[in-house]
Each structure stands twice: as structure tokens, then as C-alpha cells.
Design a protein around this ligand. Structure first.
Ligand code: GDP
Ligand code: MG
Length: 423
């Protein structure tokens, strides 16, 4: 059984908590793209954890976690994240954590480059998480990146490092006029942090292929959502990797296997971090109330998230791009207490109503069309069955299900592991 857990919207839909919940029935969880710009919050009996690089299955003792070749890994950050979990009593060994030898190393100069570019852009900045993600994916495709497997052949790595640092300084020192990067410092960095990680590095492709053939249950955990996908998202306000489900077997290292299902994680309202078009956005008091109710501040960056009502057009597109076979609708409890709940049911473009998600430039010109549904006042955070939910909440879920054309199988009503309803 190969299952992906993917974001339908702009990210922060609650993928981490759903992976934590559903991984109970899985043998392996694989992160297949992105880096430490992710922030997956998990709350269970062990405590509250924010995972940036580690797969969210790391909190379950019987689950093996894999960091796939599609990822970009900041070594120092990973060492720190592992230490935090170890301090909290979570055991991490090469038995339950395996890192692909083909995963790319996000270097300190990539982080520097990210910051220098955002500074240069000033008010035109992209709202980067400043973790070096775009620069390192750029380096990967320019074939100037190091991969985790190289940590095992340090002498060879060292040789190529001088050339790469020289090349990078053409930009850092030559272009941005920043102090040049020193090769010796980079070597010391790789030795220190790479040394702590190299025992976790294996050919995860062989490991996963054998596991899949032996009938093991494998879950693929995405970072961000469909609307931040490098190809299908709101480019250029996207991430730099492929966040979609179809990429999961590739980013995990087993393109010879097909997914059996894709569980789309979709929020009961909309949030978005960073710049770019966000058609149904709320402003002012209305926005602040929703942001407060949902605790919408970035897990990786602490930035206040932009908020709005549920967006049918964007979500329907997200579901199609993810090939979602079912949906987990998250954070429904946040909408409790409203007299009426708005939904963005369509967009208006030059006086015409459209329901297909348009190209980025066109999206900028779209205006939201809102409908209103009846709200509910009852606290739903302890509901565990569909019958426990107020009628207005069920109507809301069913409207969304019908409007987006995908079956909703889970609804979450609180951040803790057990706070969900199986529909
Ligand atoms: P991810 O990036 O998709 O894993 O999502 P994040 O962890 O960045 O953001 C989701 C936030 O909502 C986290 O703070 C979660 O603890 C919280 N959360 C998840 N599910 C629920 C829910 O059903 N209700 C409430 N109130 N909070 C939730
Ligand atoms: Mg997040």
C-alpha cells in the first residue's frame, strides 16, 4: 500500500498532524521534497513538536522514516532538530531514520544568497523563508550541488568544493559585494555536521523498492501544497520543488512504483504565507479574528499567515493537481461561533464568473464571489462521530464535498492526535 499525504492549498493545512495520526497503520514514512522551510506541527501524548526536515512518522516507535532524494537538507538544522527530539526522549538511530545518498545538501552560502537576494529586491521581495531553498534547488539543476552520499568520500568532496566556492563567490562577492565565502570554513562545516549524519545515509531507493515489493505500507509526506508547486502553483510565488503527489515516487526514489491513493489535506478555510495572489483574502478586523481563532502564525518562521474563507476554485484545482482520492478537512473547529460562514465559490474576471483556477497574471485580476452558509455555536472539539457534529457543520462539510467533487473522509476538530471525526 503506497499512500501520499499532500497539501491541497497553500501549505500549513495540517499535513504533519494527519501523517502522525495515519502513520499508525504504516511501516515507513518518506519525506520526498523540500527542506527546512517546512513546519509540520504535531501534538500527541509525547508533547508538541515542530518538524522541519524529519518525516512526521519519527514520533512513532515502529515507523521507519526516510528522507528522500527530492529533499534539500541543511545539515546543521537537521542535527539540531534530531537533538531536540532526542532531548524529548525520541530515539533516532540509523534503524528508524534513513537519509538518501542522493538528497542534496543545502549549504550555508545558499542561506546567505537567499537573504542577499531578498534584500536586493526590497519591496518586491518574494517572502522567502530565507532558508536557502530556492538557491539550493537552483544549484541542483545547475549541477553545482553536493549530495549526502558525498559525505562518505570526504576527500573527493573537498576537491570539488574549492571549485564550487570559487564559482559561488562570483555571485556572493562579485555580484552582491558581500564578503567572500571561505572554502576552509565550508569544509569545517561539512566535517562537523556531515560527520554526525553520514551513518544515516544509505541507498534509500533500494531500501524502499525492497520494502514496497515485500508489501510494506509506505506513506509519502509532502511539504507545502498544490498551489506552491513549482510547475502548477502560483509561480513565481511558489516553492522551488514539486509538492504534488505524482512526484512522490520520484522524490522518494522509487519511480518504478505507483501510488495506491492520495489523501489530500485541505483546510476548512484558507491561509497563505508570503507574497503572491490570494484571491479570497480577508483584511482588517475580519482577518485578525480568523487569524487569532486559527492561531495562524508560521510554524517555521512565526510570520502571521494571510487568511481568507474556503476557496472552492483554488481547492478544486489543488485536488485535481494532487489526484486526491479522498480528503481530510482540517481545523473545522476554528470556524465555531460565527453566525454565518463565507465561502469563495467562484471568481469574477472582467465581469464574468469563472470556476477554473487561472494563470498567475490573470489571477491577479480575479475578484472573489462569496456565498454564505449558516454557522454553528456548539463546541465541536470533542466530537468524534459524524452524528456528534451540529447540522450546520455537516452542511458546511457536505457543501465543500459537493463543490470540490472529492469525498471527505476525515474532519479534524482540534490539534491533538485524537481530535478528529472519521466521516
Ligand atoms: P502542515 O505544514 O501542513 O503540517 O501544517 P502546520 O503544522 O504548519 O499548521 C497547522 C496548524 O494547525 C498547527 O499549528 C496544528 O497544530 C494546528 N492544527 C492541525 N489540525 C488542527 C485542528 O483540527 N484544529 C485546530 N484548532 N488546529 C489544528
Ligand atoms: Mg506548515
Amino acid at each position: 500500500m503506497l499512500t501520499s499525504i499532500v497539501g491541497i492549498n497553500w501549505g500549513d493545512e495540517g499535513k504533519g498532524r494527519m501523517v502522525d495520526l495515519l502513520s499508525e497503520d504504516y511501516d515507513i514514512v518518506v519525506r520526498y521534497q523540500g527542506g527546512n522551510n517546512a513546519g509540520h506541527t504535531v501534538i500527541n501524548e509525547k508533547g508538541k513538536f515542530i518538524l522541519n526536515l524529519l518525516p512526521s512518522g519519527i514520533l512513532r516507535e515502529n515507523v521507519v522514516n526516510v528522507m528522500g532524494n527530492g529533499m534539500v537538507i541543511d545539515l546543521k538544522h537537521l542535527v539540531g532538530e534530531m537533538q531536540k527530539l532526542t532531548d524529548a526522549g525520541i530515539k533516532i538511530t540509523p534503524e528508524n531514520l534513513k537519509i538518501s545518498e542522493k538528497a542534496v545538501i543545502c549549504m550555508p552560502y545558499n542561506v546567505l544568497q537567499d537573504g542577499l537576494e531578498e534584500q536586493r529586491l526590497k519591496d518586491k521581495k518574494f517572502g522567502s523563508t530565507l532558508r536557502g531553498i530556492a538557491p539550493i534547488y537552483g544549484d541542483k539543476y545547475l549541477k553545482k550541488a553536493f549530495r549526502m552520499g558525498e559525505l562518505k568520500n570526504f576527500d573527493i568532496l573537498k576537491e570539488s568544493l574549492y571549485g564550487i566556492v570559487e564559482w559561488k563567490n562570483l555571485l556572493i562577492a562579485g555580484g552582491y559585494k558581500h564578503e567572500a565565502i571561505k572554502a576552509e570554513e565550508m569544509i569545517a562545516y561539512l566535517e562537523e555536521y556531515g560527520g554526525k549524519l553520514k551513518d544515516f545515509v544509505i541507498d534509500t531507493s533500494v531500501y524502499l523498492d525492497e520494502a514496497a515489493k515485500a508489501g510494506k505500507k509506505i506513506m509519502f509526506e509532502a511539504q507545502l501544497g498544490a498551489l506552491r508547486d513549482i510547475d502548477f502553483g502560483i509561480y513565481p510565488y511558489t516553492s522551488s520543488s514539486s509538492t504534488i503527489s505524482a512526484y512522490a515516487p520520484i522524490g522518494a526514489g522509487i519511480p518504478n512504483h505507483k501510488l495506491d491513493n492520495a489523501i489530500g489535506i485541505m483546510k476548512a478555510y484558507s491561509t497563505c504565507v508570503g507574497e503572491g495572489p490570494f484571491t479570497a483574502e480577508y483584511f482588517g478586523e475580519k482577518a485578525e479574528a480568523l487569524r487569532q481563532a486559527g492561531g495562524e502564525y508560521g510554524a517555521a518562521t512565526g510570520r502571521p499567515r494571510r487568511v481568507g474563507p474556503f476557496d472552492v476554485v483554488a481547492s478544486k484545482y489543488g485536488i485535481r493537481m494532487q489526484g486526491a482520492t479522498e480528503i481530510a478537512l482540517t481545523k473545522l473547529d476554528v470556524l465555531t461561533g460565527l453566525d454565518e460562514i463565507e465561502i469563495c465559490s467562484a471568481y469574477e474576471l472582467d465581469g464574468k464568473v469563472i470556476d477554473e483556477f487561472p494563470f498567475t497574471d490573470v489571477l491577479d485580476k480575479c475578484k472573489p464571489v462569496f456565498i454564505k452558509m449558516k454557522g454553528w455555536k456548539e463546541d465541536i472539539s470533542s466530537c468524534r462521530k459524524k452524528e456528534d457534529l451540529p447540522k450546520a457543520a455537516v452542511d458546511y462539510i457536505e457543501y465543500i464535498e459537493k463543490a470540490t467533487g472529492c469525498k471527505i473522509t476525515y474532519v479534524s476538530v482540534g490539534a491533538s492526535r485524537e481530535q478528529y471525526v472519521k466521516m
